[in-house]
Write a protein that binds this ligand. Structure first.
Ligand SMILES: [Zn+2]
Ligand SMILES: [Zn+2]
Length: 187
Protein backbone atom coordinates (compact mmCIF):
# COMPACT_ATOMS: atom_id res chain seq x y z
CA UNK A 1 0.00 0.00 0.00
CA UNK A 2 1.28 3.43 -0.91
CA UNK A 3 1.30 6.45 1.32
CA UNK A 4 -1.83 8.62 1.17
CA UNK A 5 -1.39 11.13 -1.64
CA UNK A 6 -3.17 14.02 0.09
CA UNK A 7 -1.54 15.69 3.10
CA UNK A 8 -2.35 14.41 6.56
CA UNK A 9 -4.68 16.86 8.39
CA UNK A 10 -3.74 17.65 11.98
CA UNK A 11 -6.40 16.23 14.36
CA UNK A 12 -5.80 18.87 17.05
CA UNK A 13 -6.20 21.66 14.53
CA UNK A 14 -9.37 20.05 13.14
CA UNK A 15 -10.82 19.73 16.63
CA UNK A 16 -10.45 23.49 17.12
CA UNK A 17 -12.48 24.50 14.04
CA UNK A 18 -15.96 25.99 14.13
CA UNK A 19 -18.59 25.09 11.55
CA UNK A 20 -17.59 27.81 9.08
CA UNK A 21 -13.92 26.80 9.21
CA UNK A 22 -14.91 23.15 8.89
CA UNK A 23 -16.82 23.92 5.72
CA UNK A 24 -13.85 25.79 4.24
CA UNK A 25 -11.57 22.89 5.17
CA UNK A 26 -13.89 20.44 3.42
CA UNK A 27 -13.96 22.61 0.29
CA UNK A 28 -10.15 22.85 0.35
CA UNK A 29 -9.91 19.08 0.61
CA UNK A 30 -12.30 18.59 -2.29
CA UNK A 31 -10.20 21.03 -4.33
CA UNK A 32 -6.98 19.17 -3.49
CA UNK A 33 -8.55 15.81 -4.38
CA UNK A 34 -9.87 17.24 -7.64
CA UNK A 35 -6.47 18.69 -8.57
CA UNK A 36 -4.91 15.30 -7.94
CA UNK A 37 -7.45 13.65 -10.24
CA UNK A 38 -6.79 16.24 -12.94
CA UNK A 39 -3.17 15.11 -13.15
CA UNK A 40 -4.59 11.83 -14.35
CA UNK A 41 -7.64 13.16 -16.21
CA UNK A 42 -7.09 16.85 -17.12
CA UNK A 43 -10.60 17.33 -18.54
CA UNK A 44 -12.33 16.30 -15.32
CA UNK A 45 -14.97 18.95 -14.50
CA UNK A 46 -14.88 20.54 -11.06
CA UNK A 47 -17.71 19.08 -8.98
CA UNK A 48 -20.12 21.33 -7.13
CA UNK A 49 -20.30 20.62 -3.41
CA UNK A 50 -23.32 20.35 -1.10
CA UNK A 51 -23.39 19.54 2.59
CA UNK A 52 -26.98 18.32 2.63
CA UNK A 53 -26.78 14.57 3.32
CA UNK A 54 -28.46 13.24 6.43
CA UNK A 55 -28.45 9.94 8.26
CA UNK A 56 -25.93 7.15 7.87
CA UNK A 57 -24.85 7.97 4.33
CA UNK A 58 -21.36 9.49 4.48
CA UNK A 59 -21.17 10.95 1.00
CA UNK A 60 -22.61 10.73 -2.48
CA UNK A 61 -21.48 11.53 -5.98
CA UNK A 62 -24.55 12.99 -7.66
CA UNK A 63 -24.02 13.04 -11.40
CA UNK A 64 -27.43 14.52 -12.20
CA UNK A 65 -26.74 17.55 -10.02
CA UNK A 66 -23.13 17.63 -11.14
CA UNK A 67 -21.32 17.34 -7.86
CA UNK A 68 -20.63 15.73 -4.53
CA UNK A 69 -22.86 15.63 -1.48
CA UNK A 70 -21.48 15.41 2.03
CA UNK A 71 -22.94 14.71 5.46
CA UNK A 72 -22.28 17.63 7.83
CA UNK A 73 -23.07 15.67 11.00
CA UNK A 74 -20.80 12.73 10.23
CA UNK A 75 -18.12 15.19 9.12
CA UNK A 76 -18.34 17.24 12.31
CA UNK A 77 -18.18 14.12 14.47
CA UNK A 78 -15.41 12.38 12.50
CA UNK A 79 -13.38 15.23 11.03
CA UNK A 80 -10.08 13.55 10.41
CA UNK A 81 -11.38 10.27 8.99
CA UNK A 82 -13.94 12.15 6.96
CA UNK A 83 -11.36 14.29 5.18
CA UNK A 84 -8.92 11.41 4.76
CA UNK A 85 -11.40 8.85 3.45
CA UNK A 86 -14.79 10.22 2.43
CA UNK A 87 -13.59 13.04 0.20
CA UNK A 88 -11.29 10.76 -1.88
CA UNK A 89 -13.97 8.05 -1.89
CA UNK A 90 -16.54 10.34 -3.52
CA UNK A 91 -13.99 12.05 -5.76
CA UNK A 92 -12.92 8.62 -7.02
CA UNK A 93 -16.56 7.97 -8.03
CA UNK A 94 -16.59 11.35 -9.74
CA UNK A 95 -13.42 10.57 -11.67
CA UNK A 96 -14.45 7.06 -12.73
CA UNK A 97 -17.80 8.32 -13.95
CA UNK A 98 -16.08 10.81 -16.23
CA UNK A 99 -13.71 8.28 -17.76
CA UNK A 100 -14.51 6.79 -21.12
CA UNK A 101 -16.86 3.86 -20.37
CA UNK A 102 -17.25 5.22 -16.86
CA UNK A 103 -21.00 4.88 -16.97
CA UNK A 104 -20.62 1.16 -17.35
CA UNK A 105 -18.20 0.71 -14.44
CA UNK A 106 -19.61 -0.90 -11.31
CA UNK A 107 -19.84 1.57 -8.38
CA UNK A 108 -17.01 0.03 -6.34
CA UNK A 109 -15.54 -2.04 -9.13
CA UNK A 110 -12.05 -2.38 -10.52
CA UNK A 111 -11.76 1.20 -11.82
CA UNK A 112 -12.88 2.78 -8.55
CA UNK A 113 -10.58 0.57 -6.47
CA UNK A 114 -7.66 1.37 -8.74
CA UNK A 115 -8.21 5.11 -8.28
CA UNK A 116 -8.42 4.71 -4.51
CA UNK A 117 -5.26 2.64 -4.27
CA UNK A 118 -3.01 4.04 -6.98
CA UNK A 119 -4.06 7.68 -7.11
CA UNK A 120 -5.09 8.41 -3.53
CA UNK A 121 -2.94 5.72 -1.86
CA UNK A 122 -5.87 4.57 0.28
CA UNK A 123 -7.49 1.21 1.01
CA UNK A 124 -10.65 0.92 -1.14
CA UNK A 125 -13.11 0.64 1.73
CA UNK A 126 -16.81 0.44 0.95
CA UNK A 127 -18.10 0.70 4.50
CA UNK A 128 -17.20 3.47 6.92
CA UNK A 129 -16.37 3.02 10.59
CA UNK A 130 -17.31 6.37 12.05
CA UNK A 131 -19.30 4.86 14.83
CA UNK A 132 -17.72 1.47 15.37
CA UNK A 133 -20.83 0.37 17.23
CA UNK A 134 -22.75 0.45 13.97
CA UNK A 135 -20.59 -2.34 12.65
CA UNK A 136 -20.38 -4.23 15.90
CA UNK A 137 -22.29 -7.41 16.76
CA UNK A 138 -24.14 -5.32 19.37
CA UNK A 139 -26.60 -3.33 17.29
CA UNK A 140 -29.32 -2.81 19.93
CA UNK A 141 -29.06 0.56 21.59
CA UNK A 142 -30.30 1.05 25.16
CA UNK A 143 -30.25 4.09 27.37
CA UNK A 144 -30.15 4.65 31.13
CA UNK A 145 -29.91 8.11 32.58
CA UNK A 146 -26.29 8.75 31.70
CA UNK A 147 -25.13 6.97 28.54
CA UNK A 148 -25.89 4.61 25.66
CA UNK A 149 -25.39 0.88 26.03
CA UNK A 150 -25.22 -1.66 23.20
CA UNK A 151 -26.68 -5.15 23.40
CA UNK A 152 -26.20 -8.32 21.39
CA UNK A 153 -29.26 -9.94 19.79
CA UNK A 154 -29.25 -12.56 22.57
CA UNK A 155 -29.19 -10.05 25.39
CA UNK A 156 -31.79 -7.94 23.63
CA UNK A 157 -34.09 -10.99 23.41
CA UNK A 158 -33.71 -11.59 27.14
CA UNK A 159 -34.53 -7.96 27.86
CA UNK A 160 -37.61 -8.14 25.63
CA UNK A 161 -38.76 -11.16 27.64
CA UNK A 162 -38.60 -9.14 30.82
CA UNK A 163 -35.09 -9.37 32.19
CA UNK A 164 -33.94 -6.06 33.61
CA UNK A 165 -30.48 -4.63 33.16
CA UNK A 166 -29.18 -1.74 35.24
CA UNK A 167 -26.47 0.75 34.44
CA UNK A 168 -23.45 0.24 36.68
CA UNK A 169 -22.83 3.98 36.70
CA UNK A 170 -26.23 5.52 37.42
CA UNK A 171 -28.16 2.38 38.51
CA UNK A 172 -31.14 3.19 36.28
CA UNK A 173 -32.86 0.42 34.33
CA UNK A 174 -31.79 0.35 30.69
CA UNK A 175 -34.52 1.20 28.18
CA UNK A 176 -34.46 0.03 24.58
CA UNK A 177 -33.98 2.87 22.05
CA UNK A 178 -33.40 1.52 18.56
CA UNK A 179 -31.71 -0.94 16.28
CA UNK A 180 -28.52 0.51 14.84
CA UNK A 181 -28.09 -0.50 11.22
CA UNK A 182 -24.79 -2.40 10.96
CA UNK A 183 -24.59 -1.72 7.23
CA UNK A 184 -23.39 1.86 7.25
CA UNK A 185 -22.17 2.11 3.74
CA UNK A 186 -20.83 4.81 1.56
CA UNK A 187 -22.58 5.55 -1.65
ZN1 LIG B 1 -26.23 5.20 33.48
ZN1 LIG C 1 -18.84 4.62 -2.92
Amino acid sequence: MRQPALPEPCPEWLASLDDAALKRTLLDRVEAAWQLCRKYHPALPRPKVWCDLRGKCAGQAHYGRGGLRFNPVLYRENRHAYLVEVVPHEMAHWLVRHLRDGRRARPHGHEWRTVMERLFGLPPRVTHAFDTRRASPMPYRYHCGCQDHYFTARRHALARRGRRYRCLTCAQTLVYQSFVDPESRYN
